[in-house]
Design a binder for this molecule. Structure first.
Ligand SMILES: Nc1nc2c(c(=O)[nH]1)N=C([C@H](O)[C@H](O)COP(=O)(O)OP(=O)(O)OP(=O)(O)O)CN2
Ligand code: ZN
Length: 149
């Protein structure tokens, strides 16, 4: 019987952003996001943690689920699209949705899935620390509620 082990890797990136929704008026944006709606933005040192669950057990010959070096490379490809960027101006994904930590987690989830080797591993969780206190976890779950048009 094989051993099922979960694998996590932590990487950091720095980015500037402004919380602002194109679906709300200027007044509503100010009221909702407060200081985070400052027109000139602000920045964070984010920590991105990606966890994977293997479809296969720990390989008895290599002792690994997946080489963490490969997971790191894959994460860097995705996170380097965000690192030292202004999320709202430099990353096209955030022109149509606010650059909240929730949406960053979704962005990273979707892009990690594109870059990981197909079929061998499942992504289990993306966890983003925006600050020491603000943490978002996304596990690819979808609700049946309609998206904003
Ligand atoms: N649901 C969300 N709410 C908020 C988000 C978010 O991504 N999702 N983001 C922010 C801001 O970006 C903001 O920069 C957070 O900063 P702040 O509240 O100052 O951060 P801390 O919690 O670390 O600071 P405290 O000292 O604890 O206030 C706001 N909301
Ligand atoms: Zn912020």
């Amino acid at each position: 019987m094989g051993h099922i082990a979960y694998l996590s890797r932590k990487e950091t990136f720095s980015a500037a952003h402004r919380l602002h929704s194109p679906y709300l008026t200027e007044e509503k944006n100010k009221e909702l996001y407060g200081k985070c709606n400052n027109p000139n933005g602000h920045g964070h040192n984010y920590t991105g943690m990606v966890q994977k669950v293997p479809n296969l057990p720990v390989d008895p010959h290599t002792g690994m689920v997946m080489n963490i070096t490969d997971l790191k490379k894959c994460m860097r490809v995705v996170l380097d699209e965000l690192d030292h960027k202004n999320l709202d101006l430099d990353v096209p994904y955030f022109t149509s949705c606010p650059s909240t930590t929730e949406m960053l987690a979704v962005f990273i989830w979707d892009n990690m899935r594109k870059h990981l080797p197909k079929g061998k591993y499942e992504l289990y969780e993306v966890k983003i620390h925006e600050t020491e206190n603000n943490v978002v976890i996304f596990r690819g779950e979808l609700s049946s509620t309609e998206d904003v048009p």
